[in-house]
Ligand binder design. Structure first.
Ligand code: TMP
Length: 212
């Protein structure tokens, strides 16, 4: 496997999707290489179907372990169909969320525990881990305010419905993950103007590729 696998993580409303959308063309130009941009849950036809199932706001009775297994199942399918083939071709893959999301949301915020979530994801990924993860850090209430403001342009999903305490736990779980993985995960302050968030992310990425 010769490609580079980069993930973007962050609480809901942290702006991951906008960051990827704006940075992609700039980065492709800088590196003179096409980049595969994808997202989780989803990224392939089957995985997008699993996404619909997980995030449907009507599925209020979904059990937390079912939810964790579905995220892992979507991840497996996405990896096999899209990420691994691209990495095997030497491509750069940027993915909006990956295993860290399951650790923060299902492992900590849902209270399942980090170990079982790490175990099912080890099964799903075969141990494939990102080379670099940008973590967009934002206080939970700011993220939720952004989501409420953009309600009309963004799909409001089942996890957005969780209360502030849930999203605060997600954020603190992410901060712990950054502490535990200081070489892989780099935190960026997402509570700034989009332009500044973009330039911070861009600087980190360009520096990463310069050092390869
Ligand atoms: P998105 O809004 O970034 O597309 O993600 C959809 C929701 O799914 C978001 O609330 C985070 C959640 N999620 C998990 O709970 N566990 C996971 O493993 C992933 C990938 C996402």
């Amino acid at each position: 496997m010769t490609g580079i696998f980069i993930t973007i993580e962050g609480p809901d409303g942290s702006g991951k999707t906008s960051v990827i959308k704006h940075l992609l063309p700039k980065l492709e130009k800088e590196l003179a290489q096409k980049i595969v941009a994808t997202r989780e849950p989803g990224g392939s036809e089957i995985a997008e179907k699993i996404r619909e199932l997980i995030l449907n706001p009507e599925h209020v009775e979904m059990d937390v372990r079912t939810e964790a297994l579905l995220y892992a199942a979507a991840r497996r399918q996405h990896l096999v169909e899209k990420i691994i083939p691209a990495l095997n071709k030497g491509e750069i893959v940027i993915c909006d969320r990956f295993v860290d999301s399951s650790l923060a949301y299902q492992g900590v915020a849902r209270g399942i525990g980090l170990e079982p979530i790490a175990a099912i994801n080890q099964f799903a990924t075969g141990g494939l881990s990102p080379h670099l993860t940008l973590y967009l850090d934002l206080e939970a209430h700011v993220g939720l305010e952004r989501i409420n403001k953009n309600k009309d342009s963004r799909q409001f999903d089942r996890l957005d419905q969780e209360n502030l305490a849930f999203h605060q736990t997600v954020r603190s779980a992410y901060l712990d993950l950054v502490k535990q993985n200081p070489t892989r995960m780099i935190a960026v302050n997402a509570n700034q103007e989009l332009e500044k968030v973009l330039s911070d992310c861009y600087t980190i990425l360009v520096e990463y590729f310069r050092q390869l």
